[in-house]
Ligand binder design. Structure first.
Ligand code: NAP
Ligand code: SF4
Length: 675
């Protein structure tokens, strides 16, 4: 019997049935614009359909040139375009899935000079000022949406999703923030919601009754001058009457300065919004945002928050998510940790999306873990992310693998990361690897610092060195003063830290340590109500957009924290594009002080001495925490080579500069795929 009866209850839409309640939500991958991209998308979606997803929503496809998200973005305007999509729809149908094409018009978010919007107001996230659409332009836009929907039917799609949220064109028409028109598409709310209603009505007329129309409704704008709850409900009712089959939940505009999907957002933080809407509408509702495990999805459905669950990133992390849930094998799921590092951060940098915990995502046609022809005896040294990926994939392929770890547990630096408030998802990756090690019968030897002799005696055909890094110790006078601690002293050895602290180095780890030291007690990422208060979101929905006029309630830091770096420029500039601002904002709320452009002079009983703008300064502190980057750690390399052993370096042991788990896992997985 299934542990998740609500997930696996089919949903009858009248003319077609969804086999379960799990939808793979829309996400741009960058393949849409690549050479052979459609074949690669077909392989990527087919794996997810085979993995049990009932309905896939494609990445956003523009109805016309003005609606592009960026130059030459994919669009559906001609029969030639439609023919190109056939390979995708055929592949999904072959695996028993259904697929809708998302029609997305970027409006003023378009990163190109042809962008249009209800009014000529530049968005804070694009350098291009849009042209104001004339009435004739609006009519043409509606025609293009409808044309796109008809063509998608021709291409074999089961339906469309009309993207009405996240601050794109339709959303821009709906709210006064971006719509200053005085014609029949501006002014009153009735006028401002005219565009989406006409769009859905005309699309329904054009595609007939037996075609899914999902409308993604912005239920919570999270920007000033967005919609009130009453307005959102009124629009939802009109969209239902206009002929939509399903309404999907949109939370937050892209320009909102409130996180909505980052790892620090609690799981299922926004499903209460969909639940509130369920009291108002009768067609099925989809909920989304930070749902990544079957237990969470089941609870949402069982408690009546929604009829369907949409997840996008969790299917990058694990295409087999649904089948594993169906087999009650939730602990085998490779959980999306919501880091955005390989998916959204890539897309924003115009790189092809992938996944930190699953480098095969969007690379299904080139990276495969095929059974080995000749079984080898492989030693992997180090059980951090790189060593874990290398050993589990090599073993899955059929090799005999022994994993050696000097520490008492597997996980490496992830064991420190998981303790940072807001990074609790890292526990899941360690759990996943632990399960993989046992499934593929990797021999794991903990508490053993391995020597060359051990490896020689083991008769290993190959040795993979994943021994990681050692922290860099900067050459500062007084670096051995008793008040100086390394981040490992703090996070791993739990050495006591005083009330006034200087953090030296402002990379990912400097931010993590500061966040750790700025908290006491429970992480708000584990408590939805506390988290909503921290970000000033009104759960009663009396505030416009859910935030207007609400004062955030942040619990103060138990310490005074001063972050230092030698370089100029903003703090956190090197962190992920989609998450750096969140870390900066969280620390600012905790009143952490940022001090840049410094040269360290010395550390002594008085504190940290440094020079800034030509003046000598001293900051009195109780402790100085060193987070100054890392150096590769591969003590065995030379000796192994001298002994003629076949040895490979992966992860931090190879290159420590800008080391992150994404590169480590990717490099280790690719090695294990070929070894
Ligand atoms: P990092 O990102 O390279 O940062 C090292 C910091 O130390 C820099 O701010 C640098 O700033 C400073 N530094 C370098 N050499 C120094 C020296 N000789 N003396 C004094 N200061 C020095 O390294 P990390 O913080 O250890 O992070 C490692 C990797 O893990 C990074 O790739 C990071 O992206 C990833 N990570 C990311 C996150 C996250 O996204 N939240 C969290 C943890 C780790 P100045 O040169 O300006 O002084
Ligand atoms: Fe999830 Fe991170 Fe993978 Fe993106 S890169 S899918 S956020 S685990």
């Amino acid at each position: 019997m299934s542990n998740y009866p609500h997930i696996f209850k089919p949903l009858d839409l009248g003319f077609t049935t969804l086999k379960n309640r799990i939808v793979m939500g829309s996400m741009h991958t960058g393949l849409e614009e690549e050479k052979n991209g459609f074949e690669r998308i077909a392989a990527y979606y087919a794996e997810r359909a085979k993995g049990g997803v009932s309905l896939i929503v494609s990445g956003g496809i523009s109805p016309n040139v003005q609606g592009w998200t960026g130059p030459f973005a994919a669009r559906m305007s001609t029969k030639k375009h439609a023919r190109k999509h056939k390979v995708i729809t055929d592949a999904v149908h072959k695996e028993g899935g259904k697929i809708c094409m998302q029609i997305l018009h970027a409006g003023r978010y378009g990163y190109h000079p042809f962008a249009v919007a209800p009014s000529a107001i530049k968005s804070p996230i694009s350098p291009f000022k849009p042209f104001k659409l004339k009435q004739s332009g609006i009519k043409r836009t509606i025609h293009d949406f409808v044309n796109s929907a008809k063509l998608s039917k021709l291409a074999g799609y089961d339906g469309v999703e009309i993207m009405g949220s996240e601050g794109y064109l339709i959303n821009q028409f709906i709210v006064e923030r971006t719509n200053k028109r005085t014609d029949t598409y501006g002014g009153s709310y009735e006028n401002r919601m005219r565009l989406p209603i006409e769009l859905v009505k005309q699309t329904r007329e054009a595609v007939g009754k037996e075609f899914i129309i999902i409308y993604r409704l912005s239920m919570l704008d999270l920007v000033e001058k967005g919609s009130t709850w009453q307005e959102v409900v009124a629009l939802g009712k009109e969209i239902e009457n206009a002929g939509a089959t399903i309404i999907n939940t949109g939370i937050g505009w892209h320009e909102a300065r409130i996180p909505t999907i980052a790892t620090s957002v609690p799981r299922a933080a926004f499903t209460w919004v969909t639940k509130k809407m369920k009291e108002e509408l009768s067609i099925p509702l989809v909920t989304s945002n930070r749902i990544n495990m079957p237990e969470t999805a089941e609870k949402i459905l069982a408690e009546g928050h929604a009829d369907l669950i949409s997840m996008a990133r969790p299917f990058l992390a694990d295409p087999e998510w649904v089948n594993k849930a169906a087999d009650n094998k939730s602990e085998e799921i490779n959980t999306c940790i919501a880091c955005n590092q390989a998916c959204l951060d890539h897309v924003f940098k115009r790189k092809i999306a992938s996944c930190l915990v699953n480098p095969r995502a969007c690379h299904e046609t080139e990276l495969n873990y095929l059974p080995v022809k000749k079984k080898k005896n492989i030693a992997v040294i180090g059980a951090g992310p790189a060593g874990l990926a290398a050993s589990t994939i090599a073993a899955q392929r059929g090799h005999q693998v022994t994993l050696f770890e000097a520490d008492k547990e597997i996980g490496g630096q992830f064991n420190m990361a998981k303790q940072i408030p807001g990074k609790e998802e890292f526990y899941e990756t360690i759990r996943y690897f632990k399960k993989q090690l046992s499934l593929y019968k990797v021999t794991v030897t903990l508490n053993k610092r391995i020597e060359v002799q051990d490896l020689k005696h083991g008769n290993f055909d190959e040795v993979i060195l994943a021994t990681g890094i050692k922290p860099r110790t900067p050459k500062i006078e007084g670096i051995d003063h008793p008040m100086v601690l390394s981040y490992i002293d703090v996070l791993k050895h739990k050495k006591p830290v005083g009330k006034r602290v200087a953090v030296i180095g402002a990379g990912g780890i400097g931010f993590d340590v500061s966040e750790y030291l700025a908290h006491k007690g429970e992480s708000t990422s584990l408590n939805i109500d506390a988290w909503l208060k921290e970000w000033g979101i009104d759960k009663t929905m009396q505030a416009r957009s859910g935030i207007q006029g609400v004062i955030a309630e942040v619990s103060p830091s138990p310490r005074e924290i001063f972050m230092f770096k030698r370089s100029k420029g903003k703090f956190g500039g090197n962190l992920g594009k989609t998450t750096g601002w969140i870390h900066r904002s969280t620390l600012k709320k905790k009143k952490v002080q940022f001090i840049n452009n410094v040269q360290y002079t010395k550390i002594d009983d008085e504190g940290v001495h440094y020079v800034q703008d030509g003046s000598e300064k001293v900051l009195a502190v109780d402790n100085v925490i060193i987070c100054a980057g890392q150096l590769p750690f591969s003590p065995l390399l030379a000796a192994l080579k001298e002994n003629g052993m076949s040895v490979h370096l992966v992860g931090g042991a190879d290159v420590a500069a800008e080391l992150d788990a994404k590169r480590a896992i990717d490099q280790a997985s690719r090695l294990a795929a070929t070894i």
